[in-house]
Design a protein around this ligand. Structure first.
Ligand SMILES: C[S@@+](CC[C@H](N)C(=O)[O-])C[C@H]1O[C@@H](n2cnc3c(N)ncnc32)[C@H](O)[C@@H]1O
Length: 300
């Protein structure tokens, strides 16, 4: 097994095994078979990572979630790769494919939209690999939230306004844990990103208002961010339901809200680049004493 592979029980304390730092290229037809969960990014074919594209280009089999990963991304795949579309298959079908990969020594590239760590059904797929003692590896991806912030041209953490991010969803068909009810999370008033939550917008807005966001809280809606038909909208929280309705957005959209979204014009700055904020790379009073050793300061 190479660094970055995982099989059987969760990896121990070997830091390389946990981070996948060395991440060898999966070997097509390796005797044991393996699954590589690859973050495909938000949609644009050039927002997959170099590592992800390399894995996709070498895999024997690709599992492709068509609704969230456009065909352009599949152009990185081998022309003769076997393709299983995940949107019209069950988890059981995918697990059967994993079992075949183990038997036949195949490398499976399991594409996940955005980053595989966020709402990606990764947990159950990893458990299936562990149960069958099949090696797996995870390649991170550009999440839709990062793509949305870039499209908005904004930072999500704004000094003195919003220093915490809440990534969540509203319970519709899938329940939320008791301690993660939207109204309570809204009480923090910071930047919130809502995934998978555009289906019942009036109820969504009611929860957010009841939790404490003001009606005029700035909101951004991103539909298929980075796709050719991307739609990016801004409105107030009390206009959210009408805006979604007007633009007929019922799926594949991310909602981001919070006072930080309005802070674009105001003069705010982080501490780290202030003249009076010294650290080991820029010692106060002696700018020439730059040592160049060790890690850069946090927040740089
Ligand atoms: C199953 S979750 C996958 C999230 C993904 N793992 C990520 O890191 O972005 C699907 C939801 O993510 C959001 N999403 C994913 N890709 C998106 C995109 N390109 N534009 C807007 N929202 C997106 C939407 O809220 C969508 O309903």
């Amino acid at each position: 097994m190479t660094a970055g592979d995982h099989a059987g029980p969760p990896p121990g304390d070997d830091p390389e095994a946990r981070t996948g730092a060395a991440a060898d290229t999966p070997r097509a037809g390796s005797p044991a078979g393996r699954v590589v969960f690859v973050g495909a990014g938000p949609g644009a074919a050039d927002l997959i990572t170099l590592r992800g594209a390399r894995v996709l280009g070498e895999a024997d089999v690709v599992v492709w979630p068509r609704s969230l990963v456009p065909p352009e991304v599949m152009e990185h795949a081998r022309a003769d790769a076997e393709v299983l579309t995940s949107d019209d298959h069950t988890l059981e079908d995918v697990i059967q494919l994993f079992a075949r990969a183990k038997r036949e020594g195949l490398t499976v590239c399991r594409l996940q939209s955005g980053d595989p760590a966020i709402y990606a059904t990764l947990h159950e797929q990893i458990n299936a690999c562990r149960r069958m003692d099949l090696a797996y590896e995870i390649v991170p991806g550009v999440g839709s939230l990062s793509a949305m912030a870039a499209a908005l041209g904004q930072e999500l953490t704004v000094p003195e306004v919003a220093q915490s991010l809440i990534l969540t969803r509203r319970a519709v068909r899938v329940p939320m844990p008791d301690n993660e009810q939207l109204q309570e999370l809204a009480g923090h008033g910071t930047t919130m990103a809502l995934y998978l939550s555009v289906r019942r917008p009036r109820e969504l807005v009611a929860d957010l208002l009841a939790g404490g966001y003001a009606p005029e809280t700035p909101v951004a809606i991103g539909y298929r961010v980075s796709w050719p038909d991307e739609v990016l909208l801004r409105c107030r929280l009390d206009e959210l339901a009408a805006t979604l309705k007007e633009h007929k957005i019922t799926t594949q959209a991310l909602i981001v809200l919070g006072p930080g979204l309005a802070a674009g014009e105001e003069e705010r700055r982080s501490h780290v680049y202030r003249p009076n904020y010294g650290h080991r790379y820029r010692r106060l009073g002696s700018p020439k004493r730059y040592k160049g050793a060790g890690a850069p300061p946090e927040g740089a």
